[in-house]
Design a binder for this molecule. Structure first.
Ligand code: HEM
Ligand SMILES: [Ca+2]
Ligand SMILES: [Ca+2]
Length: 301
């Protein structure tokens, strides 16, 4: 069984417009919700599949894991769910709300629109420890490729989906080790463009406040565009894992194709992003009678 476009056509025909307006007003009052919801969908799908396990509130749920602490936009999902329960009670899964909200966040940021297949069901478990295999900011390319392959996503999907870093920010704490004493060399990471280095150092002084946030796509933090790939080529990747997409030839090929380098078959980021998001949205699906439709997204029924 899998998802399909229009799963709620007869049971909750207004689902898409209800989620869309919740995302619109949520992002208006909290701009961090747009990148937050996109990243939230990724972190949901990579842990127990796209089943809203990320949304559960409990002292030992996935939310409490370190990589999930910066996630934003949970209030948007709750607002959409409240609306949906008033309109079509017991019908729409929280996992589908998140899938739609991630798409709508991209559209609101000026990115492409794609059709989101629905029909996911909500999972019954959420454990902090299950998040241990999420991709990490210092993973090598081979580890990044393996973690995506484990979820049925290939190297092109990896480069495409990490292109989600065209919006949003990272805390100094996840990359400032690259700026001063990288791998005990007493030197910065050589992948950083020497003209970019002082900019990053000014934003994240040695021993400074690790919670300060820095754009992942310098110069285009709020716009869902191609600029992130140009920054990678120019040594302006902020995360170590991002910089390696350029320094490793396996993934550089795909970055070049997004940049339209002559001699390589071009790829359009706006087209590929939607395709890879649909693929990611089908990871380890619960359908039919598996799982449940939650009454509130933060708790199992
Ligand atoms: C190798 C894979 C990936 C790694 C290692 C990675 C790592 C990270 C890290 C460390 C941050 C900063 C977190 C913070 O300090 O708040 C971040 C932010 C972000 N990531 Fe990823 N990521 C990966 C893939 C993805 C994918 C596949 C997507 C979505 C399709 C995505 C979307 C985002 C977004 C939108 C942000 C900004 C969040 C915000 O502004 O609150 N990432 N990522
Ligand atoms: Ca999940
Ligand atoms: Ca951008």
């Amino acid at each position: 069984q899998s998802t399909r476009v229009g799963f709620y056509r007869t049971t909750c025909p207004r689902v898409e417009s209800i989620v869309q307006s919740a995302v619109q007003s949520g992002v208006r009052s909290n701009p961090r919700a747009a990148p937050g919801l996109l990243r939230m969908f990724f972190h949901d799908c990579f842990v127990n599949g796209c089943d809203a396990s990320i949304l559960i509130d409990s002292p030992s749920s996935e939310k409490t894991a370190v990589p999930n602490l910066p996630l934003r936009g949970f209030e948007v999902i709750d607002a959409a769910k409240t609306q949906l329960e008033a309109t079509c009670p017991g019908i729409v899964s929280c996992a589908d709300i998140l899938a739609l909200a991630a798409r709508d966040s991209v559209v609101l940021s000026g990115g492409p629109r794609w059709e989101v297949p629905t029909g996911r069901r909500d999972g019954l478990v959420s454990q902090t420890s299950d998040t241990a295999n999420l991709p990490a900011f210092n993973d090598s390319i081979s580890v990044q490729i393996r973690k995506f392959e484990d979820k049925g996503l290939n190297t092109q999907d990896l480069v495409t989906l990490v292109g989600g870093h065209t919006i949003g920010t990272a805390a100094c704490v996840v990359f400032s080790y690259r700026l001063y004493n990288f791998n005990n060399t007493n030197q910065p990471d050589p992948d950083i463009n020497p003209e970019f280095l002082p900019q990053l150092r000014a934003l994240c002084p040695n021993g400074g406040d690790g919670t300060v946030r820095v754009g992942l796509d310098t110069g285009s933090v709020n716009r869902f565009d191609n600029s992130y790939f140009a920054n990678l080529r120019n040594g302006r990747g902020v995360l170590e894992s991002d910089a390696k997409l350029w320094s490793d030839p396996t993934t550089q090929r795909f970055v070049q194709r997004f940049l339209g380098i002559r001699g390589l078959l071009g790829l359009r980021f706006d087209v590929e992003f939607g395709r890879s998001m649909v693929k990611m949205g089908n990871i380890e699906l619960k359908t039919g009678s598996q799982g449940e439709i939650r009454r509130v997204c933060t708790a199992i029924n």
